[in-house]
Design a protein around this ligand. Structure first.
Ligand SMILES: O=C(O)[C@H](O)[C@@H](O)[C@H](O)[C@H](O)COP(=O)(O)O
Length: 223
């Protein structure tokens, strides 16, 4: 892995947003379209704020989450809500949102419909990931019920997983979709996550799911 340590968070957010924008812009100038997948959670908000104001041909950018908690948009835990409030505003409002949630009791009911809309945008141009201190990324949690299936090279694009640490049921891009992305960035902060990502390099993907992208990822870290 390529590890970049930043002097502070603000500088890190600016730098990562700049890298994402230039990778999208390069893809747009070559192919006329690009795709971006981003995490929810508490870390990436400032990157969304910066990206939203960047001049890009957003109308030709497909934006999707890495994963979603199976809750409606009225929930403060909805990653879709975060995306709509912080990224898909200003200039980035023109981007095409590829949903990872649709109203249904259980995520399994919507897997096929949601997957169909994702497939045309693969491989992802840019994948931004977060990571938990337990080394989960997207919703690939250690100990999740279907983790082995979601790590398999022939996994479907999208799967529904349940894990104790996850709270509600999750829907997530699978490991092979993450690993096939053209540009992979992992954004983490604090000493605990730094130690976790260093440890992950010597563990299996079942123990440390973030392992599946580590070899080709740039890890961006600040205190
Ligand atoms: O929906 C989610 O929970 C995420 O997509 C998840 O994979 C997240 O990136 C990590 O849990 C880190 O979350 P924090 O940034 O909040 O620590």
């Amino acid at each position: 892995m390529n590890f970049i340590s930043y002097p502070d968070r603000e500088f890190m957010m600016l730098d990562v947003a700049g890298k994402i924008a230039s990778q999208l812009s390069e893809e747009l100038s070559m192919y006329g379209r690009a795709s971006l997948s981003v995490p929810g959670g508490t870390t990436p908000g400032p990157i969304f704020d910066i990206l939203a104001g960047v001049n890009l041909d957003w109308a030709n950018v497909a934006v999707m989450l890495n994963d979603e908690r199976w809750v409606g948009e009225d929930s403060p835990r909805s990653n879709t809500r975060l995306l709509k409030e912080r990224l898909l505003v200003e200039k980035a409002r023109a981007a095409q949102l590829i949903p990872l949630y649709a109203a249904a009791e259980e995520p399994e009911a919507m897997l096929e419909t949601l997957s169909e809309a994702i497939t045309p945008h693969l491989p992802l141009t840019v994948l931004l990931l977060g990571m938990g201190a337990d080394m989960h990324t997207a919703s690939l949690f250690p100990g999740a019920d279907l983790l082995a299936e979601a790590l398999a090279p022939d996994a479907p694009v999208l799967m529904a997983l349940r894990a104790e640490a996850a709270g509600e049921p999750r829907i997530t891009l699978t490991a092979r979709v993450l690993a096939e992305a053209k540009n992979i960035h992992i954004l983490i902060t604090g000493p605990e996550k730094r130690a976790a990502i260093e440890a992950a390099a010597n563990l299996s993907a079942l123990e440390a799911p973030v392992r599946v992208v580590l070899d080709n990822a740039t890890v961006h870290w600040s205190e």
